[in-house]
Design a binder for this molecule. Structure first.
Ligand SMILES: [Mg+2]
Length: 344
């Protein structure tokens, strides 16, 4: 088996604003594991919030990754690979996807069948309205026409109410709010009261990840479910934060692999936390990998690929606001003709 990698710059339909950043494009790295005619592919979408970067990933890959040629089980190959990835979670995610894509293709199964995961659920996914110009909101709500739930980025306190009021001029769909650590305690308490009348399904990460005591106060104060995101990176976080949240958002780019995501789901269920599957701005490679886990979780928030103008792949797709995983083997991906430069 040989390792290859390629960089791809994704351009966004609208600039992507969070409480802490604003971007028009991101670089992504595809990792390929190839033997004979079978290629497994994975994607790394590193985030500066977690001190990861494309530069760091390229350096590790340029130094070379060794693959054992004799092991046949994915567990053994993963054990060999993981220590070479320097704890860069997005890079681990990419290799775990590529490995499972490859192994499942060899066995002529989807990854979810290969891992014996549940699949028989209908998954409504949300569509993200990031922070941007208020004047663009009408158009963004129109883009989200096919979706039953909106995910709205807040956390810039002066604008939050205007954003919600503007959205409510055009739709009464359920809203998931994501504050991306943008509020202080008094602001969070005040805005939760105000949000109560706006059909809000949940609030994600209201406060900075070191403000667990504040989060506990907010959870006790409001009936709206509070979900962890920046506070729920890996399974080791769950025991520390379970009393502060009603649910957690699991992302492959934070936790590092499909295997670790499964650990997190199992542990969250033991703590009676609801589980949402989320994503960064990712192309269909990483989205289709996360989608393989959809049958195991409560909520789906996998729309990163829909916000991109130049997604090179077709994989998991959305029909009438519901996520549908491909029945093709592995992650079920097809490269679009115009991106032939990304073939290895
Ligand atoms: Mg979030």
């Amino acid at each position: 088996m040989k390792v290859y990698f390629k960089k791809h710059r994704v351009y966004l339909k609208y600039s992507f604003g969070l409480s802490r950043s604003n971007n028009n494009w991101y670089d992504r790295i595809y990792v390929y594991l190839k033997r004979n005619n079978i290629t497994g592919i994975g994607e790394a979408a590193p985030s500066p919030r977690y001190n990861e970067s494309i530069h760091l990933i390229e350096k590790i890959l340029q130094n070379g990754i060794k693959i054992p040629q004799s092991h046949t089980s994915y567990e053994k190959i993963w054990k060999y690979l993981k220590p070479q990835l320097s704890e860069i979670k997005s890079l681990e995610a990419a290799f775990s996807m590529a490995l499972l894509d490859y192994m499942a293709k060899v066995e002529k199964k989807t990854v979810s069948k290969f891992l014996k995961l549940k699949q028989n659920k209908i998954h409504k996914t949300s569509y993200t309205i990031a922070i941007g110009r208020i004047s663009q909101i009408e158009e963004k709500v129109k883009d989200a026409e096919g979706y039953k739930i909106l995910k709205v980025k807040l956390g810039t306190v002066d604008n939050d109410k205007n954003i919600i009021k503007e959205i409510r001029k055009y739709t009464d769909k359920k809203i998931r709010v994501d504050a991306n650590e943008g509020w202080k305690l008094d602001q969070g308490l005040e805005i939760c009261d105000w949000l109560n009348k706006y059909n809000i399904e949940l609030i994600e990460q209201p406060f900075p990840s070191n403000k667990i005591e504040d989060t506990i106060k907010l959870k006790e104060y409001t009936d709206i479910d509070i979900y962890a995101d920046e506070n729920s990176c890996t399974s080791s976080d769950i025991s520390k934060i379970h009393s502060a949240f009603d649910g957690i958002n699991i992302k492959l780019m934070k936790c590092g692999s499909i295997f670790e995501a499964i650990n997190m789901i199992q542990l969250a269920k033991r703590y009676k936390l609801k589980v949402m599957l989320g994503c960064m701005i990712e192309t269909s490679v990483a989205i289709s990998a996360a989608a393989q886990l959809a049958g195991e979780v409560d909520l789906i928030d996998l729309d990163g690929n829909l916000l991109i103008k130049n997604d090179p792949f077709i994989g998991a797709e959305i029909h009438k606001g519901c996520l549908k995983i491909s029945s093709n083997y592995g992650l079920g991906l097809n490269l679009k003709k115009e991106f032939i430069n990304l073939k290895v």
